[in-house]
Design a protein around this ligand. Structure first.
Ligand code: ACO
Ligand code: ZN
Length: 226
């Protein structure tokens, strides 16, 4: 029985095998015309959005062996603000946010991580805040998850009802799918903590993540505990 099941699975994979585009990262089935079409539509627009031509007065806030970080502020020249918006739109799209609206647009700081291939592979939007609600750890009994628990896990995180003081809100953090798990998000946050407020290094308690996704929660939990 096992063998025949296996055969069916293999045949299915051949026919509808998922391809992972090595430039844009989209996972799609090359054999399904609709999928192919969607990939073609997405591919060029995505690469145009993350392509970084650079500008003379860029504000470099950190340099690494595999790239650099720049900061874009709302009053910067149009081309800089537009690039930050383009990348933010890509991130929002992936996060499932409907439109690009920031809490306090005039105070938002957009940090971009640019790799050595001149692609924007990371984006972090930070805004000044006064207080935040701490995300609470999931109780242990939730680990044996039923389907309903699974839905719940994706809907909302359990938040404390007691507001705590915080200074810097991370409203978005996004790393290009093909550049994840290389410490880019970690380095972006470290840099934000040292540059967000002039002359002080923010503690991990003074930064807060708004509405974290499952990926975001895993990352934030790891980041805040280390
Ligand atoms: N699953 C489990 N652990 C993870 C994950 C994950 N998906 N991502 C990060 N971690 C943990 C790991 O312990 C990792 O260390 P390791 O690689 O040595 O094991 C550690 O966090 C540090 O990870 P980084 O490499 O610094 O994180 P990365 O650059 O991959 O970016 C991010 C993480 C931003 C969450 C990325 O996965 C992403 O862009 N995801 C899609 C968008 C998203 O969900 N963003 C968060 C939204 S919440 C918000 O914006 C407020
Ligand atoms: Zn592609």
């Amino acid at each position: 029985k096992l063998d025949s099941d296996q055969l069916i699975i293999d045949a299915g994979q051949k026919q509808f095998g998922a391809t992972n585009c090595s430039s844009c990262g989209m996972v799609y089935s090359a054999d399904i015309p609709e999928d192919n079409f969607q990939h073609t539509q997405f591919h060029q627009r995505f690469l145009d959005s993350i392509k970084y031509v650079g500008w003379k007065k860029e504000r470099v806030v950190a340099e690494f062996w595999d790239g650099k970080m720049i900061l874009v502020l709302p009053d910067d020249p149009k081309y800089a603000v537009k690039k930050a918006e383009d990348v933010r739109r890509i991130a929002d799209n992936e996060l499932g946010f409907q439109q690009v609206t920031l809490g306090r647009p005039t105070q938002a700081k957009t940090f971009l991580f640019i790799n050595t291939d001149r692609l924007v592979v990371g984006c972090l939007v930070a805004e000044p805040i006064r207080q935040a609600y701490r995300v609470l750890e999931q109780p242990d009994e939730n680990k044996d998850m039923t389907k309903d628990d699974f839905m719940e896990r994706h809907r909302a995180w359990c938040c404390s009802t007691v507001p705590e003081q915080a200074l810097c809100g991370i409203s978005r953090i996004w790393v290009f799918s093909l550049a994840r798990r290389q410490g880019i998000a970690t380095r972006m946050l470290d840099t934000v903590r040292s540059t967000f407020m002039y002359g002080s290094y923010l503690t991990k308690q003074e930064i807060a993540f708004s509405d974290p996704t499952p990926d975001g929660k895993l990352f934030a939990t790891k980041y805040c505990n280390t």
